[in-house]
Design a protein around this ligand. Sequence first.
Ligand code: ADP
Ligand code: MG
Length: 459
Amino acid sequence: MDQFENIWNKIKNQLQINLEEDVYNEHFANISNIFKVVNNSVYLIAPNSFIKSKIESFYLNRLNGMLNEYTTDKYMFKIITKEQAAEELAKAASYEINTPEKDLGNKYKTGLNNIYTFENFVVGLSNRLAYTSAMKVADQPGVFANPLYIFGDVGLGKTHLMQCVGNYILENDINKKVLYAKTDQFIEDYAKAAQRKTFDEFSKKYENVDILLVDDIQFLSGKTQSQLEFFKIFEKLKESNKQIVITSDRPASELYDIMSRLTSRFEWGLSVDINRPNLEHRILILKKKLHAETADPDLIPNEILEYIASIFENNVRELEGALKRVLFYCTAFDYKFTIANAEDALKTLVNSKNISNYSIEKSNYNNVLDIVSSYYNITTSDLLSSKRKKQYVFPRQVAMYILKELYDLTYKKIGQIFNGRDHSTVIYSIEQISNDLETDKEKKNDIEKLLVKCGKKAS
Ligand code: ADP
Ligand code: MG
């Protein structure tokens, strides 16, 4: 690879000498490093498909000729666009995220992944109670609350927190028998035991433990035999004060098709929920993840973290994935960590979240500005101004929110509309309104009315 970087630099120098300055600048100045070398193809990244096709039509033969002056085997350049390269990296990144969990390598097979620790779990309003309870359970297994039942939507840290308990206990006492099992695994184990008549082995695995962690219990739904078996194990463990921790995507009372003698027992101990983290919390999570990912946590400026945190609101796993993607994208291509590059890196992800990227006509957003200002009885120029009186600030935030909601303008673009405000102001304004929508009925009503007036289609 290094060899080809050198060759490419030499070729670039030659091109710079031989081509008109603006021709060189347009086509080649921005192609910095080699993306990859595979099967005698050397991949270069063009900034867009227009440049790609121009290079292919007019310069490729010449480039290949130059390349082969430096190599003994026959190599050829291939040109791909930034987007194609990003797609490929994203696939690699998501592969990395989804790689199977490592085992602790303990003498007892725990099923735990030792990356999940209390230290790297970021605490905030949405998970404080769950975190504190898990800590106490880890400190006093079988005593403080049994079972501990943790519930919440997908990607909010239930598995992470549950495994913290196991890892913590093992750290303090390597001889403790901790077993982490996904509910799927439990069901499968039971089915195998039934088929092979190896119930002893099965019960031993699940009953002969000090701590049993069962993840995603909702999957027991409809599995009557497995439920009965789990009931027996639960009773045994509970009787001998062995700690049980359970996670679920919903409260025990809302579990579907699971026998009530089980669900009622899930409520015997302590039920705690994990909610979606707010913006501030999401930024802290990103900072923590960045620390884990790179030796230089200042590598990515705060504003980029704010930007990422502002898009991925519902799922910490996605939030993490987005960060990795931006990291990959900018380091691989040697791009600066700017909002524009982060937007590029995340384009396909953001699209797949069903956000349309169409460019909005000026008349459309002027319409929004008119409607909002007249609704709150202020002038449009006050709306766009930087006056800080409450009577202007709130409508301004509402207008920003509506522009984002209806047209999905970038934060940068919204900032520009409002007299060049910084995108971070826009992010905070919109977050403010999102909070109001959750807490203030009257404001919610107003905003919903305004959204419809501005053209939101009934869903
Ligand atoms: P769930 O089990 O609720 O679907 P996970 O525990 O698998 O979610 O979490 C998804 C990802 O998000 C994991 O990589 C986890 O480390 C991370 N994560 C979630 N919440 C936090 C948090 N509060 N602090 C740090 N990382 C978190
Ligand atoms: Mg999970």
